[in-house]
Design a protein around this ligand. Sequence first.
Ligand code: FB9
Length: 508
Amino acid sequence: MAELGQDILEAVAKHEQPVSSLQLAEKLHQDHQKIIGAIKSLQGIPGLIEAEPESRTLWVLTPEGKEIATKGSHEYRVLQMVPAEGQKLDEIKKSFQYGQIGVNKALEQQWIEIDKKATGGPIIRAKKPASDIKDEVREIIQKLEAGDFLGVPDPVKADVKKRKLAQEQILKSLLVSKGPNFATSISKAETDLTVDMLAKNAWKEKRFKEYNFDALGVPPSAGYFHPLLKVRTEFRQIFLEMGFEEMPTNNFVENSFWNFDALFVPQQHPARDVQDTFFVSDPKETIRLPSQRYVDLVKQVHSQGAFNSAGYNYEWDDTETKRNILRTHTTAVSARMLRRLALKGFKPAKYFSIDRVFRNENLDATHLAEFHQIEGVVADYDLSLGHLKGVLSEFFKKLGITQLRFKPAYNPYTEPSMEIFSYHAGLAKWVEVGNSGVFRPEMLLPMGLPENVSVIAWGLSLERPTMIKYGIDNIRDLVGHKVDLQMVQSNPVCILDDRTEKMEDKKK
Ligand code: FB9
């Protein structure tokens, strides 16, 4: 293209008058579109050339039109073929490609007549000699081809188009002339102003590339945060600005005491079966249970009842409580933190956690055997369900969710319990956004927390809001070995509140 640009500059230099791109295409034996491209590229060099758009109308003959222009109209050729004594119709029709059309048109013009009673079949006779007749169609076609179409009446042009003898085309071209900085050589635009140029004043003869302020920045060849981690940061920010302290969740392996027994989940509860829980085979059992006194209190409240609770009335199994598992919820960590709070002397506290939990459940498009649980815990004196509803409203409002509904539910470790629902405008339905409740006294009192202390808590997953905000339908597109890393790189920063248009609505 640079070479073609050079040729164009040299051609323009030879003309005082502007040169059409059509002329340049002919002169340089190049396709007109290539010439246009090269001119536009030269226009990128400030002041080098001026290029004004021009357009002209052309009539381009079809093959049939070209035959008329060179050999005459079909009807005139038929007339020329017919001798005084007449000619068989079939012979005329077969004499050239357009013979049939020619006969029809010559009859229309009353130049010929057909004697259908002639012996041996119909014959054609001329009604007037060809020398007395002007082949006007041919003249018109030749005028159109020569670009002399102003004198051709519109109905005639319309007939030419209708007979598909020629097509009218608007040919766009550029009229090129010398610009104020015209030169026949294209110096490469400099992209840097160097010390050497300044020292020798060489910059004065240089041409510098224009700044392109629309150019996108070079994407940093750095790492990119996974959408889950970006959403986790948003949730962490929400908890921190609400005054919550993050719990230490750096133990995926948990023992059944903290994951179930301390939460007053009975040892025969189905959630503790292999169908729902991943058991660790080695080490199979923990060696680090809390104090025997605390374990005995938990054992008592389960098996015989205590603290005004009837308990579950079953035979406690010391082995069961020691079994190592992958934690099924971060509520195990909440239990550890509440026990620690009791041991150091109770003060009101607000804790949160966001980390992985593991459940041996059926997989589907939105559920894997692990997910990130988000949990909030508030411990204070005489908290009620009203406090729980209030803190949930505040929390979800920061997610842009303002329409909440609560539905009675059951958890072994909370009473009362509520499922949390929010109206999703994009889906036009109420969707479950979490679960919550007030921890039972059978969980709190064996820890040693004061009787008038109550603890409210709630939980939700990290994956569900992330999938909704990023418009991801299948969880395997978000996490796992099949994830497209381009998704990680190209997904925008996530802002959870209602300032951003919901990704799901965008998909509509
Ligand atoms: O996250 C869930 N849904 C959700 C959350 C946020 C959200 O945000 C939108 C952008 C606006 C959208 C949806 N759920 C809980 C509800 C369902 O997705 C459910 O099908 C899946 N649940 C998980 C458990 O499934 C086996 C989500 C997960 C869950 C459920 C309960 C708890 C934690 C996570 C809990 C708890 C709890 C209760 C009492 C005391 C302490 C903790």
